[in-house]
Design a protein around this ligand. Structure first.
Ligand SMILES: [Zn+2]
Length: 286
């Protein structure tokens, strides 16, 4: 089994299901056009692992977004994963503010999870709890979603990985068993993901338990930007503003913050864009 996948599993003797995520190539691709410091790298990588695990744990059709918005060192962190496990994410920071750990980084920050499932989008607010993203998410699952969960997340510039364990609804579990599972997930480190972690790692982590492993699902980096979406942004900006931008430079260059894709618009493009605007009313439809 290779990296960039999620392995779902279940315990034979306990009402607990789980999943292990291991991102490598997709995670490095996410960082390609950025130079994040070590703390942002860890936080963004943990967010990638968490969002993949949450996406796998939910039934939805669309995309799930984990978003941290702050006014300190971390200005914005967005991680998005679709039901097909296409993932993308980025962070923007204020270089002038020093943060030494997750608590300082997310001071005054808000965290939200949005599940965009077609016509029924819903959002949950995640309170920043404890000293990590994983403890904040455990609190969210316990209190907001009422699915007691253990979350372990690890990341560096090469690996973004984690484990999610969730109790099955309506089936009580022995408190000692649940605590033992918590302890085991907390032993997870980035070193566990040297080489092919996968099945061997699940076996190693839960060596005393019978674990049934399901088919792994691939996760890949995939941006959702398009020419159309960027053109829509320019249209919202308006013709006048676009023309002003063109007087300063010969082209308007729009760079996607997620994938680094550059799109340029010159005066001919801008004319076409706003000419389109005039003819795409309902009157133009035959
Ligand atoms: Zn993009």
């Amino acid at each position: 089994m290779s990296a960039d996948s999620i392995i779902p599993f279940a315990f034979e003797a306990m009402p607990v299901r789980g999943a292990l995520i291991h991102l490598s190539r997709s995670w490095r691709r996410m960082q390609r056009d950025h130079s994040y410091n070590a703390l942002i790298t860890t936080t963004l990588g943990e967010a990638a692992a968490a969002t993949g695990l949450i996406a796998k744990s939910l039934k939805f059709d669309g995309a799930i977004t984990l978003q941290l918005q702050g006014s300190g060192a971390l200005q914005m962190l967005v991680m998005q994963c679709t039901n097909d496990l296409d993932i993308r994410g980025m962070a923007s920071t204020d270089e002038g503010v020093v943060a030494n750990n997750f608590v300082e980084l997310t001071e005054n920050a808000h965290c939200a999870i949005t599940v965009d499932a077609g016509d029924r989008p819903y959002q949950g607010i995640v309170a920043i709890q404890g000293e990590s993203l994983s403890s904040s998410l455990e609190h969210y699952f316990d209190r907001s979603v009422q699915v007691p969960s253990h979350v372990a997340l690890v990341a560096n510039e090469h690996v973004a990985a984690g484990v999610l364990l969730q109790q099955l609804p309506g089936q009580p579990i022995d408190a000692d068993d649940w605590n033992r599972l918590h302890f085991l997930t907390q032993t997870l480190t980035v070193k566990d993901f040297d080489g092919d972690a996968g099945l061997d790692l699940i076996g190693k982590l839960f060596a005393a338990d019978d674990v049934r492993v399901h088919k792994p699902r691939p996760v890949k980096f995939q941006c959702r930007c398009s020419d159309q979406k960027v053109e829509d942004v320019l249209k919202m900006l308006g013709e006048e503003e676009s023309r002003v931008a063109l007087t300063e430079q010969s082209e308007i260059e729009v760079v996607c913050e997620y994938c680094g894709h550059k799109r340029s618009f010159d005066s001919v493009d801008v004319t076409r864009l706003f000419a389109d605007n005039v003819v795409t009313g309902p009157e133009s439809v035959q």
